[in-house]
Design a protein around this ligand. Sequence first.
Ligand SMILES: Cc1cc2nc3c(=O)[nH]c(=O)nc-3n(C[C@H](O)[C@H](O)[C@H](O)COP(=O)(O)O)c2cc1C
Ligand code: SF4
Length: 476
Amino acid sequence: MSFSKIVSLSTVERFIDYLSDNGISIPVCSSLPDVSKLALGQPLSYRGRVIGNRWAILPMEGWDCERDGCPSELTRRRWLRFAVSGAKLLYGCEAAAVMVSGKSSTRQLMITDDTVGAIARLRADVVRTHEQKFGRSGDLCIGLQLTHSGRYSHPYDDAKLDSVIAYRNPLLDRKFGNEGLAVASDEMIEEMIAAFVHAGKLAADAGFDFVDIKHAHGYFGHELLSAYHRTGRFGGSLENRTRFFREIATGIRKQSPSIDVSLRLSLFDFAPFVKGADGVGVPMSDGSYEYAFGGDGTGVGYDLRETIELVEVLKAAGVTMICTTVGSPYYNPHIQRPAAIPVVDGYLPPEDPLRGVARQVAAVAEMKRRFPDMIFVGSGYSYLQDYLPNVAEAVVAAGMADAVGIGRMVLSYPDICDDVLRGRPLTRNKICRTIGDCTNAPRNGMPSGCYPLDEYYKTRPEAERLREIKRAKVSL
Ligand SMILES: Cc1cc2nc3c(=O)[nH]c(=O)nc-3n(C[C@H](O)[C@H](O)[C@H](O)COP(=O)(O)O)c2cc1C
Ligand code: SF4
């Protein structure tokens, strides 16, 4: 699959021409308006309060907490960089496990009676750091993402999956060695719900404005949404498949009325992909795939009809804000986080990554069109690199999303939102080039970070180990 790299499209005009020549539909502002007129700078109303602008920081975990689940110095550094980004919506900060069995790694943040004090202090430091830079924090909104990693849990050993699965999925079972594993019982799910509700109370005590109950990326809550063939209280009908979320939301609201309940949602999913003979990703499915929530049945397309039904259910459950995403970084990374360079355990992109960006932009716009009163945050913009601000501005100005979230870009360029809001030109050597080392490092047992561009990580010993791992993979 050949495509032009964004760096080779040296002007916004060339970028626009490239999109048009290749039939890729992404809105772009050819030049950003004066800062006073930026759509990205406009406030956003949320539950009777004001969020200061339309930039969001997406949840970005670092695989770098203490073993007991408390934030470490590296975690603190990352959150404080979110604080100075200029974004006024910190959508979840990072995934915090609600129980040991659901930790994505031994170093995942975990919210418990023992860790909540440290997490509360970190949140307060985020607010203080934001105030120091911007002079106020009343318009800053901070959530905490709560999760159970389900099939992708590594609670005791980073090299060993201890999966908890919602149902048998022959392709994922094969890919992740889950054949023969028992499906989580209804009683286990009820224990999880209780853990989420308790975690919600702790997040409220720690001062967060909302919790994001993760229903994305193939983790447990997301997997339940496609548990079409599961029997019992949590499978089959949409009502049953959403019971997990609804019971968590009701439980949290009852115990802690001050905190809002939101979610990160994979709007659609595709089949798992694997490396084909030429290294390019190919779907494991053979023309049909029945386990993709929001999928069109082929494994390689989407159909938002059920997602729309789900959002009706969420709306009735009191949800007013959704952070969107798609797919999963474990089994179809090119769908979830478009990139030019594959991660070491991944595959060459089977499409121009700009098509992946366009797919997410279009899906969010469709949801926004259907639910104009709900807040939708868009994701998957980092691949746009130099033109991220031009697209973000065009999307928000056109009402195709309420806010634009950034993930990888905030690791390499922590103050990009502020630069845009102040009308400053981008600093080119801080722009994320989607090299993937922030994913390669944790996939090899090291903390995440922007090893290529962030001086702090560049000089850590893990940077050399990472280079060796990549060299070894290339020479295979
Ligand atoms: C290192 C890393 C950590 C991530 N951690 C989380 C997380 O904790 N929770 C989550 O929902 N998504 C997580 N994501 C996904 C991002 O939030 C985001 O959806 C993705 O990177 C695509 O956005 P981008 O193109 O701006 O990077 C992570 C991604 C990366 C690369
Ligand atoms: S390692 Fe840095 S440049 Fe590479 S994807 Fe991550 S943030 Fe971007």
